[in-house]
Design a protein around this ligand. Structure first.
Ligand code: GRF
Length: 196
């Protein structure tokens, strides 16, 4: 799993996977920065962590390769990005393509990018939500695995809205990643189907 911040989505997965019947466990947590709560959460759960900062490499490609090499060492079946604020590059797509999922705090294809909750509020939509998708080369454009709606309140702030989206996001992530692990999934074009 890769994180860049608070790691509440990671915590939800760590909590769920404490029950063996969940069918998946977090084998390692990587980050692009240190001192973040996401890494501390992994540490407390006894899950190995690693940090690779872009600025410590001579190029973005070298960072990408070093990250991908480290991820590969843990032999994950699925790579979950949750609040990971970097785009993964070619090396990731080649090695883990079709097995990387990311969570986005908006209902795709609306409001891709870094400011999903703010842009939804600004646009005046009445319903927004969250999306779990299979990562492709675009920004939040990959095939959709799951979505959950969140109603926008008249007096919402970006923070209040994002907090409610994150509640829905954690449930969506735990439910869907568990099903992906237990039941498998297939991707045909843009269509993702859970189950064998
Ligand atoms: C999530 O809403 C994620 O979709 C967005 O940033 C938030 C990360 O939350 N990109 P956390 O670090 O899992 O608490």
């Amino acid at each position: 799993m890769l994180v860049s911040g608070a790691g509440t989505n990671l915590q939800a997965l760590l909590d769920a996977s404490a029950d063996p019947s969940y069918g998946a466990r977090v084998v390692a947590v990587g980050a692009d920065r240190d001192g973040i709560e996401g890494l501390a959460r992994a540490d407390r759960a006894g899950v190995p962590t690693f940090t690779k900062k872009v600025k410590d490499f001579t190029s973005r490609e070298h960072w990408d390769r070093a990250m991908a090499d480290t991820v590969a060492n843990f032999e994950p079946d699925l790579l979950v990005l949750a609040g990971f604020m970097k785009l993964v590059g070619d090396e990731f797509h080649q090695r883990f393509g079709g097995r990387i999922v990311n969570t986005h705090p908006a209902l795709s294809p609306a409001f891709p990018g870094m400011h999903g909750p703010a842009e939804a509020l600004e646009y005046g939509v009445k319903v927004t939500g969250c999306t779990l998708f299979v990562v492709d080369e675009g920004v939040d454009t990959g095939p959709i695995v799951a979505q959950a709606p969140v109603v926008v309140e008249d007096d919402d702030t970006v923070e209040a809205l994002h907090d409610r989206i994150k509640v829905a996001e954690r449930t969506m992530l735990v439910d869907t990643v568990g099903r992906m692990a237990r039941e498998g999934f297939s991707i045909t074009g843009r269509k993702v189907v859970l189950g064998r």
